[in-house]
Design a protein around this ligand. Sequence first.
Ligand code: SF4
Length: 288
Amino acid sequence: MKIGLIDVDGHHFPNLALMKIANYHKQQGNTVEWVNYFAKYDKVYQSKVFTFTQDIDSAIQANEIIKGGTGYKLYHDLFCDDTEPDYSLYPQYSAAYGFLTRGCVRNCTWCIVPEKEGSIRAYRDIETVLQGRKAAIVMDNNVLASAHGLQQLEKIADLKCKVDFNQGLDSRLVTDEIAKLLSRIKWIRFIRFACDTTSAVSPLLSALEKLNKYGVKNYRIFVYLLVKDVTEANERCKILKKLGVNPFAQTYRDYDNNILPTDEQKRFAWYVNQKMVFKATEWEEYKR
Ligand code: SF4
C-alpha cells in the first residue's frame, strides 16, 4: 500500500500521531511519504492539532482519507498508539517526543484535556520515550499529579537526560520534596508552570520559593499566562516581572472559535512576548 501523510498545522513541532502511523505502516511493509498532491495514494492520514488554524484546501487523490487530531475535534485513541514514533519524518528535531502520563486530575473550564483524555493515568516509561536519545520533550498535562509520573521524574534525574515538560507543571503540587527532585533534573531550558488566574499566583510563588531554596534561579522559570481580562492579566504579569521569571502570554479562545481574542488581548500578548519591549516598558505606557 502507498500511504500519504499530511501535517496540516504543525510547522514548528513534530506530529507524534503521524510519526506513529508512519512507523506502523512501515512495519506492515507499506511505503509512507508526505503527500505529493500530484500523486495517488491508497490511504492518506491528515492530522490537525489546533482548531483555529487553516485547513488544507488542495485536492487529495486517495482511496481513503482519514482525519484526526484535536484540530478536527476528533479525540479517539490512535489505532497504533503502542507503536513507537518514526523520527525520520522530522530529521530537523533531535529530541524524543512523548508522554509519561495521560489525562489530568483538574477540571479547568477553558481546557479540553479532561474531556479528551479523562483522569490521570500512567502511560509510558521515560526510556521508552527516549529511544536512546539524550533529551525529551514531554507533553504531559499534569505529571506531578501521578505516582507513576513522580517515579519517572526520579528516573529522569538519575538518567541525567535533558527534559522539557512543555505543557507546564502544576505549581499547586510542588511540595518541598518535589522541589528538591525538580532541582536535580537537567532541564533543556526552562521549568514551566502556568499562572492562568489570580488564584494561581499564590501557589506559584510558593513553588518558586521552594525551588529557590534548592538552587533553582527564577530566570530558569517559564510561566504560561492566560489572557482574558487584560487588566487582571497585567497584574499577574507585573508580579512575575518583578521576580525575573519569563511569562508567556496566551490569548483566550474557545475550541469552537466562537470566542476570539480581542485586539486589546492580542496587543497585550504581543507586548509580553516581545521580551525587549516587555523588559523596557510597562503595559500602561506601551498601550498609550
Ligand atoms: S491543570 Fe492544565 S491540563 Fe489539567 S485541566 Fe487544568 S489546564 Fe487542563
